[in-house]
Design a binder for this molecule. Structure first.
Ligand SMILES: *Cc1c(COP(=O)(O)O)cnc(C)c1O
Length: 380
């Protein structure tokens, strides 16, 4: 069975050996725009490509505002600061995510609370979130939600659109609104993914995108905060650009800001990538449509987009029988020159987060043992 699977993957990527999991592709104006940056000397924090890239993301996602930053992690950090997450606060997220989601909470002095995910979306289970807040959340006279057991403020919720598959974000937000909990959507894997016709990352108070090397659009490294809230957008720009008051020559900074700016050369690559993005999405969707019937035939569950969602199919994934079969497959595929990866170890099991609160975890550990990502690069 593994042999058939490896042959099939090789047939999708006949020119690549080994077959990478998700290689970046540069088939548009990347070189041209980079040359332009060097020729004009605008390689750093000043230059037109940053503004152009922000506009491209704004138009593509339908968000009113987009603020480019140096990484997805930096974007998460600043968004949580703007949601006023502070020392001692709790922030709800999922145990099945990349570590950056939880780390950004820590940077603000907050502590993650892990709510189990669901099988269909791989994201936070709305029923379990609701149950957690019913049992543990109470609105206090200051208008904020507190955890009745720890006494701490539940300052924000960070759902993640896992592997590009949209969560049931509307339901999650409805629950959070009842408890006055701001929502920061970790859409770092979900550029090009829509839920009920609306782009992921535009439902919550803020949404986060990432452009690192393996993301659907790459700038080498980079990130973006998207929002429909003008005040948040203004603050995000200010805080990520060292909190400098605009002035032609004076250096006046009015709070502790961050140098989280995206350099112009990175933004230049992003502009070129966005010009080709429609084709990228189509190509990735077709790949998923080739995988799906193949896996149906050999009887391995292949993860497809949830109801009401249009996924970018960032990383294709299958579910193997158990950890043993998973490890056998990973070893076999690696030996055959096919890059495959298990899903992340649950964040709630890592040494720095082991002590954090969790709802009873059933689905997340089940997925952790079985889920394997398989090659998903754009086919050339
Ligand atoms: C990629 C990713 C990030 C961080 O993005 P960087 O740009 O690498 O800092 C955060 N959260 C999730 C879920 C991611 O996949």
């Amino acid at each position: 069975m593994f042999e058939k699977l490896v042959d099939f993957i090789k047939s999708l990527y006949p020119t690549e050996s080994p077959v990478p999991l998700n290689a970046p592709r540069f088939s548009g104006n990347e070189k041209k725009y980079l040359t332009d940056c060097i020729d004009t000397t605008y390689v750093s924090y000043v230059g037109e490509y940053v503004r152009r890239f922000e506009k491209a993301i704004q138009e593509f996602t339908g968000a009113k505002y987009a603020i480019a930053v140096s990484s997805g992690t930096a974007a998460l950090h600043v968004a949580l600061l703007l949601a006023e997450v502070g020392p001692g606060d709790e922030v709800i997220t999922q145990p099945l995510t990349f570590v950056a989601t939880a780390n950004a909470i820590s940077y603000c002095g907050g502590e993650p609370v892990f709510v189990d995910v669901e099988r269909t979306t791989l994201g936070i289970d709305p029923g379990k979130l609701n149950e957690f807040l019913l049992n543990n959340g109470i609105l206090k006279p200051d208008g904020r939600c507190y955890n009745t057991i720890t006494g701490r403020k539940i300052a924000a919720c960070v759902p993640m659109h896992t592997l590009g598959h949209p969560t049931r974000i509307d339901e999650l937000i409805e629950i959070c609104q009842k408890y006055h909990i701001p929502v920061v959507e970790d859409a770092t894997e979900a550029l090009g993914s829509f839920y009920k016709g609306q782009h992921t990352g535009t439902f919550g108070d803020m949404g986060i995108l990432s452009f690192n090397g393996n993301k659907p659009v790459t700038t080498g490294g980079g990130g973006m905060i998207i929002t429909n809230d003008e005040a948040l957008a203004t603050k995000a720009k200010h805080l990520t650009t060292t909190a400098k008051r605009p002035h032609p020559w004076e250096f006046v900074h009015d709070e502790v800001g961050y140098n989280y700016r995206l350099p112009n050369i990175n933004a230049a690559v992003g502009c070129a990538q966005m010009e080709c993005f429609a084709g990228v999405l189509e190509n990735k969707r077709t790949t998923a449509q080739m995988y799906d019937p193949f896996f149906q035939e050999i009887g391995i569950p292949f993860i497809t987009e949830p109801a009401h969602a249009r996924s970018n199919y960032w990383l294709n994934a299958i579910l193997l029988k158990d950890r043993r079969e998973r490890d056998q497959f990973l070893a076999y595929a690696t030996g055959e020159g096919i890059q495959t990866r298990p899903v992340w170890a649950l964040i709630s099991t890592l040494p720095m987060y082991r002590h954090c609160q969790c709802t009873p975890l059933e689905t997340a550990p089940w997925l952790e043992e079985r889920l394997v990502n398989i090659p998903s690069s754009v086919r050339i």
